[in-house]
Design a protein around this ligand. Structure first.
Ligand SMILES: [Fe+2]
Length: 189
């Protein structure tokens, strides 16, 4: 049986009410070759306290030494996690590699948090840049692992904006997949 819901490459119909979304992001996990530099960046500069530190057995085939696993907390209980393999030969295959800048993690902050983070980032010389998307105003910072971290401030009235976007999201995706490339957000993005 074929329908818009099962055909590959088509945007699905809205099914609000069918699904209960996950409560929040539980954690994102990355690799590091310098746990202390990572702790300093996330805890002291970005303001995410160290919440959990596990010393874990390595998975089969990834050496014999234990892994250090640090979790840094967001205000909603979500976590950003970083693993360090101490065994050099294994670590060499597991450390983070440079990603295109489009691959990044974005953290929601308010104006004051973004300003304070920017001051600390500038004082310590982390690679960073600021970009006003017209929708979001974002500070991007390169963490000690080469990961780009965005500190994003939503515009005034964003609750209404996201409500409106949710109502038309499936329609916009269908349009795009059908070949319509008309931008729906300000040119400067
Ligand atoms: Fe982003």
């Amino acid at each position: 049986m074929s329908s818009a819901l099962t055909e590959p490459g088509t945007a699905t119909e809205t099914r609000s009410g069918d699904r209960r979304p996950p409560a929040r992001l539980h954690h994102n996990n990355f690799y590091t070759s310098d746990l202390e530099a990572t702790r300093h960046f996330y805890e002291d500069v970005a303001g995410l306290p160290l919440k959990v530190f596990w010393i874990e057995p390595v998975p089969k085939g990834q050496g014999t030494e234990q892994i250090g696993h640090a979790f840094f907390g967001l205000a909603d209980g979500g976590l950003m996690a970083f693993m360090q393999y101490t065994e050099a030969a294994v670590q060499a295959t597991q450390v983070s590699t440079q990603q295109p800048d489009s691959v990044h993690i974005a953290l929601k902050v308010d104006d004051e948090q973004q300003k304070e983070t920017r001051e600390r980032v500038e004082a310590e010389g982390y690679e960073h840049f600021f970009f006003d998307h017209g929708v979001l105003r974002s500070l991007y910072v390169r963490d000690p692992n080469g990961l780009l971290v965005e500190f994003a401030v939503d515009p005034d009235g964003h609750e209404e904006m996201y409500r409106t976007e949710a109502e038309r999201a499936h329609e916009m995706m269908r349009r795009f997949l059908a070949g319509d490339r008309t931008p729906t957000i300000p040119e400067k993005l």
